[in-house]
Design a protein around this ligand. Structure first.
Ligand code: ADP
Length: 401
């Protein structure tokens, strides 16, 4: 069975074609600057083939997906004889609200529900939906599946997802904590169980996903009990450019003092805060880590604030879970930053965590590993995430039934 996985963002389309029988990636790539001048599309055969980049006029998502299909079926360089070989398409859909607690086959009803959730994710759900509709037009007979970032966290209990504001906002507008990165938290939790040689149902895990956006999840017996992102992906950890948790009164204070509009404040909290805002240098951890700790005071401070917030959430989630078998690090920073991992896990021996500094130092760039000493009661694992694989697996399961 061949499954195409699509992640349609506002100006980009990530794609990956899987052969589920052989368990291989046939091709993958990214269309960039969709709807803008200077768009490009790249194509790579297999999981790590050489990347070919093409300039292309990609006016909208439909044209982008058409180009992807052309590359996949190209007679000389493609990997498919014809589009008939695509058995199903799986889509990453960011927000499913509280309507979806699992992945689903896309029907008109599902599309309507995704539309209803646009209010929660105005930047993400519309392009996600455009991708679904484009495939529908190009390949009307192919089944499509929606895999939501939010659905994994639907197991949270009300005490974890209700905000301390008048209940009417929840009843009338479904304002509550939803959480994101669910596909990644779910994947690494499953892999952690395999690495620990125990059923997921017997484990308490804390998963730390640190990409451009970042979140932590408390997972008990494979179910999300709490997570740091909330109604939107702004809550929780200090991120590259997002502030994470702050005193809500500050928002009012800053808006008043600087006479900012709602959209200016939104911009400040989402695009100019976090590591970038504190360091005044960069949102990319790689820049702050180069020559660390011999960096500017602000750059070092940004890294410390970033790491402290992660430590705080790990501690909080140990309390939520009443213990923890393993902390799992994943995504760009989690997989590749021994520095952040060592700052966070310093002085956590009281919690039963003893990092093996040497293993921590050498575990990065796509490698899985346990970075604790043999006598560490709580294990710390590094596991590269693979959200596309989860989407492909869910899609296969749903269309096969
Ligand atoms: P996204 O959230 O967009 O999927 P990724 O999971 O790829 O992003 O993470 C991107 C981030 O990972 C970058 O902003 C960068 O800060 C961080 N990163 C990547 N490589 C390294 C590295 N070697 N050391 C530290 N941070 C890294």
């Amino acid at each position: 069975m061949k499954i195409l996985v699509l992640n349609c963002g506002s100006s980009s389309i990530k794609y990956q074609l899987f052969d589920m029988k052989e368990k291989t990636v046939l091709a993958k790539g990214l269309a960039q600057r969709v709807g803008l001048a200077g768009s490009t599309i790249d194509f790579r055969k297999g999981d790590d083939g050489k990347k070919a980049v093409f300039e292309a006029e990609i006016l909208d998502h439909k044209i982008g997906i058409q180009k992807i299909f052309e590359l996949l079926t190209n007679k000389e360089t493609g990997v498919l004889g014809s589009l008939n070989e695509v058995d199903a398409v799986g889509h990453r859909i960011v927000h499913g609200g509280d309507k979806f607690s699992a992945s689903v086959l896309i029907t008109q009803e599902v599309k309507d529900a995704i539309k209803e959730c646009i209010v929660f994710a105005p930047l993400h759900n519309p392009p996600n939906l455009k991708g679904v509709e484009a495939v529908e037009e190009i390949l009307p007979n192919v089944k499509q599946v929606a895999v939501f970032d939010t659905s994994f966290h639907q197991t949270m209990k009300p005490e974890a997802y209700i905000y301390g504001i008048p209940y009417m906002f929840y009843e009338k507008h479904r304002i509550r904590r939803y959480g994101f990165h669910g596909t990644s938290h779910r994947y690494v939790a499953g892999r952690a169980a395999e690495m620990l040689g125990k059923p997921l149902e017997e484990l308490k895990l804390i998963t730390v996903h640190l990409g451009n956006g970042a979140s932590v999840a408390a997972i008990d017996k494979g179910k999300s009990m709490d997570t740091s992102m909330g109604h939107t992906p702004l809550e929780g950890l200090v991120m590259g450019t997002r502030c994470g948790d702050i005193d809500p009164a500050l928002i009012l204070h800053i808006m008043k003092e600087y006479e900012l509009t709602v959209s200016e404040m939104d911009n400040l909290l989402n695009k100019h805060s976090g590591v970038l805002g504190i360091s005044q240098e960069s949102s990319d951890l790689r820049d702050l880590e180069e020559d660390w700790p011999n960096k500017s005071e602000k750059a070092n401070l940004a890294l410390d604030v970033y790491s402290h917030r992660i430590k705080k959430y790990i501690g909080a989630y140990m309390a939520v879970l009443n213990g923890c078998d393993a902390v799992v690090w994943t995504a760009g920073v989690g997989e590749n930053s021994p520095i952040v991992r060592s700052i966070v896990h310093k002085n956590m021996d009281w919690f039963g965590i003893k990092l093996d500094l040497e293993k921590n130092e050498v575990t990065w760039r796509g490698a899985e590993g346990d970075i604790t000493t043999p006598d560490s009661k709580v294990k710390v694992l590094v596991i590269p995430t693979n959200e596309e694989l989860v989407i492909a697996q869910d899609t296969m399961e749903i269309v096969s039934n």
